[in-house]
Design a protein around this ligand. Sequence first.
Ligand SMILES: [Zn+2]
Length: 174
Amino acid sequence: MLERPALGAGRAVPFAGVPHDLQVSLAELTRRRSRIEHDDALAPVIRVLLAPGDERPLRDVLEPWLREQARAAIQRRVELRGRELGIVPTRLAVRDQASRWGSASRRGTLSFSWRLVLTPPAVLDYVVVHELAHLKIFGHGPRFWALVRRHVPGTDAARRWLREHESDLRAALD
Ligand SMILES: [Zn+2]
C-alpha cells in the first residue's frame, strides 16, 4: 500500500464526492469549542478551527461534523425520494455500519452509514432509494430492482462506484 500523508498534513478528505483540502488552524483564544467550516467558493476546503485546549485527534473532531452533515443530507434525500415513492419511514438512523451502506427493517426503520456523505450525491441518492424501496419490497428480487431502476437510472454506475471506492471510504479518516 502507498504511503499517504496524515490527516491535516495535506491529505484531501472526500466530501460529496469531491476531494477537499483540510485546513487546520487554531481558533481565537476565547473559543471554547472547535468549529468546522465548509467552503467551496474558490476551491473545495474543509476548515477546522481548533479551540485552544481541544486535544482530540483530528479525526475525532471531524467525524461528528461529518455525521451531522450526513444526517442532514440523508434526511433531505429520504424526504424527497420518500414522497416520490409514497413511503414514510418510521425512523431514520445514521451510524457507522460496518458492512453495509444502508439497511431497512420490517418495522420501517432505515439506517445509513454516515460515510455516504463522502460519496457523490448520485451515490447517496441511490442508496436512499434502495433502502426506501425495501419498505415496499423486501429482498433483492427482479421486482425490487425494477422499482429501484425506475427511480434511479444510474443504479449500476452507483453500485460500481461503491464497490470500487469502498476501502477508500472506510479509511477516509484513518
Ligand atoms: Zn437491499
